[in-house]
Design a protein around this ligand. Structure first.
Ligand code: AMP
Ligand code: MG
Length: 332
């Protein structure tokens, strides 16, 4: 499929603005990287890292979405309010960096996000401005994730993946990065961020589980690695897992590069955030795949920031899904 624009593929205005916001924020992240602007991490209360890049990216995404959808609700991973309340100087530093690229963004508008971000309604944008912060800090993979959840159903999902060329695969050689996106009922697509070419993506058709390649978190502290190994042994999976940060794992399932993404939680009772999954899930489903929890239950999006009714994630090419769930459902 060549030279198709988002307009003439019949996508909604929501999908188009989500793609635009994701492209803008990845441009900002690239600017920080190429100017070696410090990604020194601070620790949040849950001990996960956060950087200027996370905050700046969220400001950009919120700015462009709120401008276009002022009546919607927004749940982002970062707490912009805290930055501006606790350390005004740091807040101004971030805003100045953002304004170097997008001068129309001003502090007043950023501060007004305070009122929007934790409000609850029927249309919720789930935003992870820098998914895989550890990958970003350590020069590995990361993504920018934006999803629209309307009445508990994911309607739009976008993943900006700027560093895929580091996978050393000919398929993803463009150094400008890739945008994966889907709208419910309209299929899943990938676009190189440098160019106009849009391609439809599909999960692969591998049905012999011994032949599959699966993917899991790069960071072993996010998964129960022993159980992952046990499952791979029981299923007789021969290839070692592709370890990769962020929701890129969903993109690779959707594009047929891997057949399975497995996430057994650690600790056992860990509940996933909506912004770590919603965009990726829709992209996999629209590419013909399936996403469930470890018991094979559908993923329930309530009006909260966590998936309280689910445990773990299995995303697959659909064909092998039941075989995997047969094992994981016995483990929990
Ligand atoms: P990944 O790169 O797939 O490992 O996922 C990155 C995301 O994992 C981050 O955005 C965190 O929100 C999330 N995360 C942090 N701690 C954990 C944990 N203990 N178990 C599962 N996910 C976690
Ligand atoms: Mg994340």
């Amino acid at each position: 499929m060549n030279d198709l624009s988002l307009n003439n593929l019949g996508f909604s205005i929501e999908l188009r603005h989500a793609c635009d916001a994701a492209e803008k924020s990845t441009r900002f992240l690239d600017y920080l990287i190429s100017n070696a602007i410090a990604a020194a991490p601070d620790l949040k209360s849950d001990n996960t890292p956060v950087t200027i890049a996370d905050y700046g990216s969220q400001i950009i995404i919120l700015f462009y979405l709120i401008r276009n959808f002022p009546m919607d609700c927004f749940m982002g991973e970062e707490d912009i309010r805290k930055v501006f309340m606790n350390n005004k100087q740091y807040g101004e530093h971030i805003t100045n960096l953002v304004r170097n690229i997008f001068p129309e963004i001003n502090i007043k508008q950023v501060e007004s996000y305070e009122k929007k971000i934790y409000s609850i309604g029927d249309r919720i944008w789930a935003i992870d401005p820098l998914d895989g912060t550890k990958g970003y800090i350590h020069n590995r993979q990361f993504s920018v994730a934006i999803a629209l959840i309307e009445n508990k159903t994911i309607k739009v999902g976008v993943l900006g993946c700027p560093k895929l060329y580091k996978l050393n695969s000919e398929k993803y050689s463009d150094k400008g990065g890739y945008l994966f996106f889907a709208e419910r009922g309209k299929g899943a697509f990938v676009k190189s961020m440098n160019g106009k070419t849009i391609q439809k993506i599909k999960v692969n058709q591998i049905n012999k589980i011994v032949e599959i390649l699966y993917t899991e978190s790069f960071d072993n502290s996010h998964i129960n690695i022993n159980i992952h190994k046990q499952i791979a042994d029981i299923l007789n999976i021969k290839k070692p897992p592709l370890k990769i940060d962020s929701q890129i794992k969903y993109s690779l399932v959707a594009a047929g590069d891997v057949s399975l993404y497995l996430k057994i939680p650690r600790p056992n009772d860990y509940k996933e955030y909506i912004w770590d999954n919603a965009a990726g899930q829709l992209i996999v489903e629209e590419a013909g795949g399936t996403v469930t929890d470890l018991s094979g239950n559908e993923i329930y999006y309530e009006k909260t920031d966590k998936l309280m009714k689910n445990s773990g994630i299995i995303a697959s090419n659909k064909i092998i899904h039941n075989e995997v769930v047969k094992i994981t459902s016995q483990l929990f």
